[in-house]
Design a protein around this ligand. Structure first.
Ligand SMILES: Cc1cc2nc3c(=O)[nH]c(=O)nc-3n(C[C@H](O)[C@H](O)[C@H](O)COP(=O)(O)OP(=O)(O)OC[C@H]3O[C@@H](n4cnc5c(N)ncnc54)[C@H](O)[C@@H]3O)c2cc1C
Length: 377
């Protein structure tokens, strides 16, 4: 296969892979379309969704309501259910034909599978699990001033990188930022030599823009040419069996009550207290990795760098110390309430309300206070 993707000027537009399951768009699509809009504006290009499936044209216009100028729809019976080989084949064909400059994919289970396969085939670079994206150097520098400990002279001097011994102007490159070394460092990565620049983006991190019906109506639907047959596929979906248990929806929750290793003296009792408080708030239960690794809650409950990134209205941390990897997933919550018996626990540094005490005593009091407040209304 010949790679013709070093002619950077031949590539234009920002694309977002829009994942659908059973004909329904996923929440990450709206987050990435909203973020992609900002990046496309910074580059002065169009923002395009890429939607694959069987009979999915009808759901495409909604993406326009969050900022897509155009949605490329690839409809085919063999794209009904996700398979790596069919999706990668169609996406790579369409990308080679239409040449987007940047291609964003949600770091969902499907996105984490699809992204690297496409990047390898297209012979381009992919930065996985990004939590921040920028193009404009001024905006990127402001981000560094706020989020990093880099000295001002270092930030001010940025703009040119050495690539294969040559000076390379990074002003049009996508700056892809992600946690590295267990969350102790943030790394900003560029893909200077090949296009499209590819990034998978953590679900729940980018903010969804408000929906605009006029923009949805104006969104152009394009059906690009592609070919796909069973001969292109090594896999066949025989049956889709859904997990019997419903997974907890942490990302969409407004109220989360999370438990940490602090429940260890009575695990069942601690989880029950959290469930009661969550039920009173109309929320769900989450957990720190210590709780998931101990098998006290299933993996879908984990909040943090290797779990979910959440920003609920209220996040209650019960017996959680506040390790950097936990904070990475919840520090943008609107209001954080922490209960910990150790008054020097790092969670108190980011808590809006800190209660120093035993969670087994404090939690029932919180639940009761909310119950009483609701009854008084
Ligand atoms: C690469 C990497 C990725 C990671 N990803 C994640 C992640 O996604 N999410 C995550 O959470 N962690 C993650 N971790 C682990 C993280 O570093 C911490 O080990 C973990 O968050 C600790 O969980 P904890 O706060 O529940 O436990 P601990 O740190 O043991 O804290 C327990 C807390 O409970 C308090 N306590 C004890 N008893 C009571 C009581 N009766 N009442 C009130 N308070 C009490 C203690 O004072 C203590 O502060 C990761 C680590 C690495 C290296």
């Amino acid at each position: 296969m010949a790679f013709n993707n070093t002619d950077l000027a031949a590539f234009k537009d920002v694309w977002v892979f829009c994942e659908q399951r059973e004909g329904k768009l996923m929440p990450t699509d709206f987050e990435l379309i909203s973020e992609g809009r900002r990046l496309a504006d910074e580059l002065g290009v169009d923002l395009c969704g890429l939607l694959l499936g069987d009979n999915v044209e009808g759901i495409a216009k909604e993406l326009g309501g969050y900022g897509a100028d155009k949605v490329y729809v690839c409809d085919h019976p063999l794209l009904k259910t996700y398979t790596t080989d069919a999706y990668a084949k169609v996406i790579c064909d369409v990308i080679e034909d239409l040449k987007p400059e940047a291609f964003l994919i949600g770091a969902t289970n499907i996105g984490r599978d699809l992204g690297p396969r496409c990047a390898a085939r297209l012979h381009t670079g992919l930065c996985a699990d990004c939590t921040h994206l920028d193009v404009d150097m001024g905006i990127y520098k402001d981000f560094l001033r706020e989020a990093s400990t880099l000295p001002e002279e270092k930030i001010e001097g940025m703009g040119v990188a050495k690539v294969l011994g040559q000076d390379h102007d990074v002003s049009r490159d996508l700056k892809m930022t992600r946690p590295a070394f267990g969350g102790h460092l943030m790394a900003s990565i560029i893909c200077p030599r090949f296009r499209p620049t590819m990034a998978t983006v953590r679900p729940g991190v980018m903010k969804k823009a408000p929906f605009d019906q006029a923009k949805a109506d104006a969104c152009e639907i394009v059906k690009p040419a592609f070919s796909l047959s069973e001969a292109d596929m090594e896999t066949e979906v025989v049956e889709v069996v859904k997990a019997a248990k419903k997974l907890v929806d942490l990302i969409g929750a407004d109220f989360i009550v999370s438990v940490g290793r602090g429940i260890s003296k009575d695990v069942e009792g601690g989880i029950k207290l959290a469930e009661e408080l969550a039920a009173e708030l109309g929320g769900v239960v989450g957990g720190s990795r210590a709780v998931i690794d101990s098998g006290w809650l299933s993996a879908d409950h984990q909040v943090g760098q290797t779990g979910k990134t959440v920003h609920p209205k209220v996040y209650v941390a019960l017996g959680i110390s506040g390790a950097i990897q936990h904070k990475a997933g919840m520090q943008d919550s609107e209001c954080i309430i922490a209960v910990n018996k150790n008054d020097t626990a790092p969670i108190f540094e980011i808590a809006d309300y800190g209660i120093c005490g035993d969670l087994f005593k404090v939690t029932p009091m919180l639940t009761e206070a909310i119950r009483a407040a609701k009854a008084a209304k």
